[in-house]
Write a new protein. Structure first.
Length: 440
């Protein structure tokens, strides 16, 4: 009949109960436990197999079957943890207030015909549902490089893989390479169907979470001097000075350094400030300064110096090492990259003989150096001879009647066009960088 224990029960052999079993304390059973009726425990520990024909309730303790399995034919509710050395078979719902640990394997899986509810973890070698294969992994692999019949992918893995597959198909149609700059006559925001970034927009940060291919590409791309020739990316330092928590590197007087620093100084003027501008990286320790990427706070092309914020005691001396300049890096953020605005700019191929045009750096507009023809108000020509100017053979030091006017029609080339910039004939377009993939 019924067995009602108000304390603990320790049974060295088997326990068979024809109807209900109610234990208010702990129950330790060294043999098998078989209950035909209702069952309620605080804590139960079974060293062999436990079978419950009419449900199982463990109020606040644990249930442990150290060697055998647990079979429940009408649902199970366990207040905290369950640990099963063999199979756990539940016909109905399995509700856990704690963890479920299974030491079984694919041949001894978890069989639940109802629902599994747990406020903590469910861990085990595999998960076996009423039909199909056993599952032993929830995979976050976005490449699907190794197909598995025992793994279930996460939503993130599926979305990433599908997005990459779509973008790969788009690449085969577009023929564009990662990081390629191309033009369109209208603006489009980045999307899964159009994985590209418009660089006409304001300076912007490219996050790895949204651009899983473009951000690493930009992050790893250094500035190059004479990319088609010497291809210099490492620029040496010869001296350092630390004063008032500012570190200043001095670079040697050599063509690659002079060209790069002049181009950097020009780009900084275009940018307008040092805020959210370029960084400098020492990829190895130099005179005790740890390898790092730091924001540039000052640049002096004439003195060949670059300064960054660096907290350390004042010091100076000879330095040996190399610096690199990554156009898109952001100091202290390896998961983002910065793209600078280039609206209103034409493109000039880099690698000119003077080394002024370095790929990725901006320059202001300018005009070619020249002189003007000029005349006196009486129409006689003015000739320069050293510092003396003559009119009709007489020396003159007064220039009150010298006139140089505004641009005028020379009779052959039409009325001169003037404006705030010097421009080529052009077409307004929107420039984009191809990201190849985009995750919203």
């Amino acid at each position: 009949g019924n067995l009602d224990l108000s304390g603990e029960a320790t049974i060295a052999g088997d326990l068979n109960v024809g109807t209900d079993l109610d234990v208010s304390g702990n129950a330790v059973i060294d043999g098998n436990l078989s209950v035909a009726g209702a069952l309620q425990f605080n804590t139960i520990q079974v060293t062999s197999t436990a079978e419950f024909n009419n449900g199982l309730v463990v109020n606040s303790g644990n249930i442990t079957a150290s060697a055998g399995g647990i079979n429940v034919s009408a649902g199970a509710t366990i207040g905290t943890n369950a640990s099963v050395g063999g199979n756990l078979s539940v016909i109905g719902a399995l509700n856990l207030g704690g963890n479920l640990a299974l030491t079984g394997n694919v041949t001894n899986p978890l069989n639940v015909l109802g629902n599994i509810t747990s406020s903590a973890q469910i861990s085990g070698a595999s998960l076996q549902l009423p039909s199909g294969v056993a599952i032993n992994e929830i995979s976050n692999d976005t490449t699907f490089a190794t197909p598995s019949s025992t793994a279930v992918p996460t939503e993130f893995a599926v979305l990433s893989y599908v997005t990459q597959a779509i973008n790969t198909a788009l690449l085969s149609v577009s023929g564009k390479l990662l990081g390629e700059i191309f033009m369109r006559d209208d603006f489009s925001a980045p999307s899964a169907g159009f994985p590209a970034v418009c660089v006409n927009a304001a300076t912007q940060s490219i996050a790895l979470a949204n651009f899983p291919e473009l951000q690493p590409y930009l992050y790893a791309k250094p500035l190059r001097y004479d990319a088609t020739g010497a291809n210099v990316i490492d620029f040496p330092v010869t001296y350092y000075a630390i004063a008032a928590n500012v570190l200043t590197w001095t670079l040697p007087d050599i063509p690659p350094v002079n060209a790069l620093l002049a181009a950097l100084a020009e780009d900084q003027v275009v940018h307008g400030s040092y805020a959210d501008w370029l960084t400098v990286t020492n990829e190895a320790v130099i005179v005790g300064v740890p390898a790092d990427t730091r924001a540039i706070t000052s640049i002096n092309a004439a003195a060949r110096t670059i300064s960054v914020a660096y907290t350390a005691a004042d010091a100076s001396g000879i330095a040996t090492g190399n610096l690199r300049f990554y156009l898109h890096r952001i100091a202290g953020d390896a998961n983002s990259a910065r793209i600078f605005q280039i609206a209103g700019r034409g493109f000039i191929t880099a690698g000119d003989a003077a080394g002024e045009w370095i790929g990725g750096l901006r320059r202001r507009d300018r005009m070619q150096g020249h002189i003007h023809s000029h005349s006196w108000t009486n129409g006689n020509p003015l000739n320069r001879d050293g510092f003396d100017y003559s009119r009709d053979g007489a020396n003159n030091t007064a220039f009150t009647d010298l006139n140089i006017g505004s641009p005028a029609n020379d009779g052959a080339n039409g009325v001169p066009r003037t404006g705030p910039t010097t421009d080529i004939r052009g077409l307004g377009v929107y420039a984009y960088i191809w990201a190849r993939s985009y995750l919203p």
